[in-house]
Design a protein. Structure first.
Length: 156
């Protein structure tokens, strides 16, 4: 089975800020002339937060301004995502997004924003695999293994 995309190395993730000078030139004038806020719509410590904190110093160096990582978790990432949507569209508030904001239409009614129409992805920064884990004493060794399940516990 061939992998479609290899996960970026830490070096690639840290090099991503090198793309920012072209973004800054596209803004015209003296952008940025104040700190940039990178909103992470998840609690501190998760993959998006770690990625944001790894690239923020490089972004700060490339832009010549501080990049502040701000966690705004809740509601399946829609609280932080919506804060970026309602911020002034001047490049001073960016989103460290994940696929979750594109999933909002599948999990919420009403959806607080139109993901496809409201946002533009400018870079893939990382791929994070998800794994299925069981206790070491569980009889299955792969997901295909036939595993007798214990009877349900009373009251559950």
């Amino acid at each position: 089975m061939a992998a479609a995309h290899a996960a970026p190395t830490r070096r690639a993730l840290l090099a991503a800020p090198l793309l920012l000078p072209s973004f800054a030139r596209a803004q015209g004038g003296t952008y940025p002339d104040r700190p940039v806020t990178m909103v992470v719509p998840f609690a501190p410590g998760g993959s998006p937060d770690i990625a944001a904190r790894l690239i923020a110093p490089g972004m700060s160096a490339a832009l010549g301004q501080t990049v502040v990582v701000e966690n705004r978790a809740g509601a399946g990432s829609t609280i932080g995502t919506r804060s970026v949507l309602t911020a002034k569209p001047d490049g001073y508030t960016v989103l460290m997004g994940s696929i979750s904001f594109m999933m909002a239409p599948l999990t919420m009614d009403p959806v607080p924003f139109d993901s496809a129409a409201s946002f533009r992805v400018v870079s893939l920064l990382a791929t994070v695999p998800y794994i299925l884990v069981v206790r070491a004493d569980f009889p299955a060794r792969t997901i295909a293994d036939p595993t007798p399940m214990p009877p349900p516990m009373r009251g559950s």
